[in-house]
Design a binder for this molecule. Structure first.
Ligand code: T5A
Length: 225
């Protein structure tokens, strides 16, 4: 079976990491080789760039420089992790990918779409996701979830979490526009329901779009005791 690239996108606290991990588990129960990864990061070099970006060290340099750094991290991630895994036939599940740059740096950072397309050409090239699941949640709800997770971990807010509510509401609109523009690649998922209900909706889309398995091959999680 050929490798596939599935990406999760959405605003802060929408549940991307939770859903990426649940999907990886379901695919593994079917014997699919899965590489679960994230952006920014996912390779040793990209994790260093992640630290610089999320600490806010590049913020004073502006959205254009931040976009270049996200693209540099993505190039390394693709070369060291994603393309080798796809070549082995693994399914790669990535927590954020190029749509995060389009939404955060493009729509909210007001960068020229042509500039972003040029960055995508030299980094992503033909390695576009087979499927992008856009988790949709009101900004207030996502920020509340992110805050409760942060408190649990004893972490402070990072570079983008510290932006105001209008920024995060704008992100939701940006992701909706991205999904509308590429319906063959993207699927919007209502992320307000409990995690296992959202996971069942994700699984349904993966089965329908990628034909990996039938829904009955992996049990519905929401129905589990
Ligand atoms: N960025 C990234 C850019 O600006 N440009 C780029 O190109 C890229 C790639 C990365 C930051 O970098 C920016 C965007 C980001 O600001 P990050 O630390 O990797 O930041 O984290 P995020 O991706 O921002 O992760 P989030 O904070 O948004 O969280 P998730 O992954 O969406 O949510 P998750 O799964 O961790 O869940 C959050 C909390 O909610 C609970 C979980 O248990 C957890 O406590 N939860 C639910 N609760 C109720 N119902 C559900 N359905 C729930 N699902 C999860």
């Amino acid at each position: 079976m050929p490798g596939r690239l599935i990406t999760f996108e959405g605003g802060e606290g929408a549940g991307k990491s939770t859903q990426a991990s649940l999907l990886a588990g379901r695919l593994r129960t079917l014997g699919v080789a899965v590489v679960l990864t994230r952006e920014p990061g996912g390779s040793p070099g990209a994790e260093i760039v992640r630290h610089v970006l999320l600490a806010g060290a590049a913020k004073p340099l502006g959205a254009e420089v931040e976009a270049i750094l996200f693209a540099a991290a993505r190039a390394d991630h693709l070369d060291k992790t994603i393309r080798p895994a796809l070549a082995r036939g693994a399914w790669v599940i990535c927590d954020r990918f190029l749509d995060s740059t389009r939404a955060y740096q493009g729509a909210l950072g007001k960068l020229d779409p042509e500039f972003l397309r040029a960055l995508e050409r030299v980094t992503v090239g033909g390695t576009m996701p087979d499927l992008t699941l856009v988790l949709d949640l009101p900004a207030e709800a996502g920020l509340a979830r992110a805050e409760s997770r942060r408190k649990g971990q004893g972490n402070g807010v990072d570079r983008f979490e510290s932006e105001d509510l209008a920024f995060h509401a704008g992100l939701r609109d940006a992701y909706r526009a991205i999904a509308d523009a590429e319906p063959a690649r993207c699927a919007m998922i209502d992320a307000a329901a409990p995690p296992h209900t959202v996971s069942d909706a994700v699984w349904q889309v993966v089965c329908d779009r990628l034909g990996t398995a039938r829904t009955e091959d992996a049990p519905l999680l929401a129905a589990a005791p």
